[in-house]
Each structure stands twice: as structure tokens, then as C-alpha cells.
Design a protein around this ligand. Structure first.
Ligand code: ATP
Ligand code: MG
Ligand code: MG
Length: 552
């Protein structure tokens, strides 16, 4: 099976196409509940749902699984649409489970009238207590055998708003002794008296997931209903209800296929916990660059390509596991290395004075934007007598192994410019270095004869006269521990990495004045950065997407 290069779900799709099972038709859906923003785990689902449709000439619909008005909101609907587009996918139809409320209600009425459902007046707790255990049968509800007409009347009155939430439910009448716990008369409708973001106050009863999902797949004509492994135990009930729904003599049925969900180290995928981080103010919002949400990753500087590459690297199996965050970082480094413009930024500055250049020296140097792709052109950087360099690129007393600036030490190249020789430094009264002094080999500019002097180090720099002030936000993983998924919402704050955001000042190259939100940059020798939406030409803000190398 491995040798086909197809994952196990693609193999099923190919076999179904070849056997003519759906007349060659392939239809998938991506079914988010609009109760939060999409995260990197959803990207894994999106890539297979949309990817299979693309690859096999099918269609993937976007279906909002909006059956619970308590947690859902149109804010999330809009964000989900935007994030799927950003990832690079286009849906066929935009569907809503709420569009099927009339059909689902009619189906429920039919189940009642055919003896397959009844209204139970017990509380959810009582019903749970009667469920039994996997090895002992459950107890039949005292309402189980009430006349169908009575259930139907109560069901109508539930929807008319005559009873409070929790007063009664509609249950499928299957088998309280079934080996499959999901078959022990599952609740299929409950009363919710909360306006729905699309249907308003039209309904006061809402279907449960198991009663809406397979039916929605059926109404839309889905062929392969792909989801994550936690739905395996729901599959028999999915099939059972679809079977009851189908008109006699028809053969079309959707089938469910499950793959392993994505878990990532140092973060969590539960929308409920992510919402709690936002509500507690532990992050600045769903798009905080430390969040595993797609909008957070976008703001952090991740590219859609890097996320699709990551998903294709981890693949689809039926084994649960946790993926190391460093693999996601590897994917973004790899993509940004190809596309990010190389510029200079100095985060911990010390002045470098080129003592043999005249005051007022001002020279335009042409810098390659991307050595990986020369078609991306060049930009101008001004070289002046005084520059900012990084403090760590100078050592007053250095060993032979230190290749950067040190008095009497080795020659060093200024990136894109001259080779220089360090001659000393200036200090304040406390002995802190306030300026590094160096002489330029005037014949050593890139392209000149003296430029082939042997140097072991190239350092970056920005002109003190031209440099722009910027704020840099250095992001790191949000949680201290590898697996924070078990931390209760109230305790999340005690598990955050206190260094997940460090804000620093930097001097950056003048060409960044016009940088646009979402531009991808490599601050040479520092890391990959992007322009934050908070940024403006007078107050630049850059987010670190990822360091240049994996430090772990
Ligand atoms: P939560 O349980 O946090 O609310 P969810 O799984 O219910 O999340 P949905 O909006 O219902 O979120 O998910 C839409 C689709 O995305 C489903 O098919 C689901 O299987 C898939 N999905 C959700 N989380 C992951 C994940 N971590 N990895 C892969 N697929 C996921
Ligand atoms: Mg869900
Ligand atoms: Mg859920």
C-alpha cells in the first residue's frame, strides 16, 4: 500500500472511482463549527478535504456545522471563510447545517411516527445514569413506550417554546442493551432558547451532532465524509441514521473515514481552551502571534505554503501522536528561505566608527534582495562613517577562535561593503564599550581587487544616519511544557512561557520604511520577521516568525 504514494483515504477514493461506486463522483466537505477560529489542526483537515476534491476532479463544500446557538457566532463564520481562502482553497457550495433544520425536523417527526424516537421527560443526568456500562445493559426510560402521538405532540410543543430548556429531549429508540453505547437511545434533539445567528428565534429545538452530521452529508450528496479518529465510535450510529433516512430503494450513501488529528508540542488545539486564553486576556486575541490559530500564524509570519508543506510532511495515518513544534518551524524556515527579502536589523546596537572615512561619507551600496532568487532584484543601503553593529560582533579581548571584530584580530567583511580591520574601542567611565573603531581597506569593496582578502566573518550593519527605529516582538512557544493539553482552563496562566514575548528596540535599514503588513523578511543573522498590523511608517513593528536556526 505504501508504494502507491497515496494515503489510506486516497486509496479508498481511487478504488471508489475505479469501481464506479458514485459514478466516478467525488464530493467532500469541511465542516467547522463556527464557535472559534480555525487552528493548525483544522489546516490538516482542510488539506485533505479540499486536497482530495482537487486531486480527483471533485468538489469540496464548506459546511458550517451550526447546530448549537449557545456557542456560535457570525464573527467566527467570517473568520473561517477568510482563513480557508488564505490557506489557498476554494469551496464549491457554502452550506449551513441550519439550512437543513426543516428537513431534520421532518425526519425526527417521521422517526417518532414509525416508533424510532420518543420524547423523554427525564433530566440529562437521569438519562446518563440509566446508560449502563459497556458490560452492563442500560435501563429503559419510563417514557420509552409512550404512544407516538403523545411524543409527536410534545415534540411540537417543545419547539413552540412551551417547556424550559432541559425539561425534555427527543431520543432515538434503538437498544438500551446494545454493545455500542452510542446506540443506547441517544438524545437527538434538545431545547435551546437562544437566538441562532442565522435562523433567529425560528427554532427552539436543535439537533445533536449525531443527528445532523450524517444527514447533512446525505442531503448534500457527500461521497467521502472525512473526519478525525474521535468520531470512529460514532460511525455505526452515523450509518444507522442515514439508513433510516434514505428513501427505500435508493443506493446512494455517504461514508465516514477517519484520520489521526494533529497535536503539536507546546500548544493546544482545543477551541474551548483557546477561547479561554483570549477571554482571560492571557493573549491579545485569537490572532495573537503565539496562538496556533491560522490568523495567529499568519500574523506571526507563517505563509500558506509553509503550512501546506508541513501538513504534507506529517501525513495522514490512523495512529494518534504528537508532532514536534520544530517540524512546523522547519517548514516555515524552508519556505521563507526561498522568498524572504534579506535586510539588516541591529537589535543590540553598538556604534562602529570607520575612522579612515571622511565625516559626511555617504555611499550607496546595491544589496541583493535574495541570493536564492536573483530575480527578486536589489535595494540600496547607505554606508556612512558611523554604523550600528550588534554588540556581540565585538570583543575587546578575544581568543583565536573569535572571527569577528577585536583589536588586532582578524579582518571582517561588512555585508555588501568593505573589509575592515578593528583598531580599538571607546569606553565610558564605567568601562562600557561606547564605540568600536575600525579602518576600512579602501580597495576591498565587493567587486574590487582587494575584496578577495581572506576573511572568516561577515557582519551586518546599518548606517546611524539612515537607520530607522523599530519595535521587534520576539515570539517563542506559548507554553512551558511539551503537553499542556490537560491543563484546566482556570490554570492556563500558570503554565505559560514567561518569555513567549520579548519586546525590543532595533535599528533597521532605511528600505523598510515602506514595508507592508505581511511582508516576509530575513533580518540577516537574526531570524525571519514580518511586518505586524500595528506597524506604521513612523513606528515600525516587526514580529519574529522564527529564529534562523533551530536552537534546540
Ligand atoms: P474542538 O473540539 O476544539 O471544538 P472540533 O474538532 O470540534 O474542535 P470543528 O470545527 O468541529 O472543531 O472541526 C472541523 C473539522 O476539523 C472536523 O472534521 C475535525 O475533525 C477537524 N479537526 C479539528 N481539530 C483537528 C485537529 N487537531 N487535527 C485534524 N483535524 C481536526
Ligand atoms: Mg466539532
Ligand atoms: Mg468540538
Amino acid at each position: 500500500a505504501e508504494s502507491t504514494g497515496l494515503n489510506f483515504i486516497e486509496q479508498v477514493v481511487v478504488a471508489d472511482i475505479q469501481s464506479g461506486k458514485y459514478d466516478g463522483r467525488v464530493q467532500t466537505r469541511f465542516p467547522p463549527e463556527p464557535n472559534g477560529y480555525l487552528h493548525i489542526g483544522h489546516a490538516k483537515a482542510i488539506c485533505i478535504d479540499f486536497g482530495i476534491a482537487q486531486k480527483y476532479g471533485g468538489v469540496c463544500n464548506l459546511r458550517f456545522d451550526d447546530t448549537n446557538p449557545i456557542k456560535e457566532d457570525v464573527e467566527y463564520v467570517d473568520a473561517i471563510r477568510e482563513d480557508i481562502h488564505w490557506l489557498g482553497f476554494e469551496w464549491g457550495k457554502e452550506c449551513y447545517a441550519s439550512d437543513y433544520f426543516p428537513q431534520l425536523y421532518a425526519f425526527a417527526e417521521r422517526l417518532i411516527m414509525t416508533g424510532h424516537a420518543y420524547v423523554d421527560e427525564q433530566s440529562a443526568e437521569e438519562i446518563a445514569q440509566q446508560k449502563g456500562t459497556p458490560t452492563t445493559p442500560g435501563i429503559n426510560s419510563p417514557y420509552r413506550d409512550r404512544p407516538a402521538e403523545e411524543s409527536l405532540d410534545l415534540f411540537h410543543r417543545m419547539n413552540a417554546g412551551e417547556f424550559p430548556e432541559g425539561a425534555m429531549t427527543l431520543r432515538a429508540k434503538i437498544d438500551m442493551a446494545s454493545d455500542d453505547m452510542h446506540f443506547r437511545d441517544p438524545i437527538i434533539y434538545r431545547i435551546i432558547k437562544r437566538p441562532h445567528h442565522r435562523t433567529g428565534t425560528e427554532w427552539q429545538v436543535y439537533p445533536m451532532y449525531d443527528f445532523a452530521h450524517g444527514q447533512s452529508d446525505y442531503f448534500e450528496g457527500v461521497t467521502h465524509s472525512i473526519c478525525t479518529l474521535e468520531f470512529v465510535p460514532h460511525r455505526p450510529l452515523y450509518n444507522y441514521l442515514v439508513e433510516l433516512l434514505m428513501p427505500e430503494g435508493t443506493t446512494y450513501r455517504p461514508y465516514q473515514f477517519e484520520f489521526n488529528r494533529l497535536n503539536l508540542t507546546y500548544t493546544m488545539m482545543s477551541k474551548r481552551k483557546l477561547l479561554s486564553l483570549v477571554q482571560q486576556g492571557l493573549v491579545t486575541g485569537w490572532d495573537d502571534p503565539r496562538m496556533p490559530t491560522l490568523c495567529g500564524l499568519r500574523r506571526r509570519g507563517y505563509t500558506p505554503q509553509s503550512i501546506r508543506d508541513f501538513v504534507s510532511m506529517i501525513g495522514y495515518t490512523r495512529y494518534e501522536g504528537t508532532i514536534d513544534l520544530s517540524l512546523l518551524e522547519h517548514a516555515v524556515r524552508n519556505d521563507l528561505n526561498k522568498h524572504a527579502a534579506r535586510v539588516s536589523a541591529v537589535l543590540d546596537p553598538v556604534k562602529l566608527i570607520l575612522t579612515n572615512l571622511p565625516e559626511g561619507h555617504d555611499e550607496e551600496l546595491e544589496m541583493v534582495n535574495n541570493p536564492e532568487d536573483l530575480s527578486e532584484g536589489t535595494h540600496i543601503q547607505h554606508l556612512t562613517r558611523e554604523l550600528w553593529i550588534d554588540r556581540s560582533d565585538f570583543m575587546e579581548e578575544a581568543s583565536k577562535k573569535y572571527y569577528r571584530l577585536s583589536p588586532g584580530g582578524r579582518d571582517v567583511r561588512l555585508r555588501g561593503g568593505y573589509i575592515i580591520k578593528c583598531t580599538g574601542c571607546e569606553k565610558d567611565a564605567e568601562g562600557n564599550v561606547t564605540a568600536v573603531l575600525a579602518e576600512v581597506y579602501l580597495d576591498s569593496k565587493t567587486g574590487m581587487e582587494g575584496s578577495n582578502r581572506k576573511v572568516k566573518a561577515t557582519i551586518h550593519w546599518v548606517s546611524t544616519a539612515y537607520a530607522l527605529d523599530a519595535e521587534v516582538r520576539l515570539y517563542d512557544r506559548l507554553f512551558l511544557e511539551e503537553d499542556p493539553s490537560g491543563v484546566p482552563a482556570e490554570e492556563l496562566k500558570d503554565h505559560l512561557n514567561p518569555d513567549s514575548l520579548i519586546v525590543q528596540h532595533a535599528f533597521v535599514e532605511e528600505c523598510l520604511r515602506d514595508a507592508q503588513v505581511g511582508d516576509h523578511l530575513q533580518f540577516q543573522r537574526v531570524g525571519y520577521f514580518t511586518v505586524d498590523p500595528d506597524s506604521c511608517p513612523d513606528a515600525l513593528v516587526f514580529n519574529r516568525t522564527v529564529s534562523l536556526k533551530d536552537r534546540r
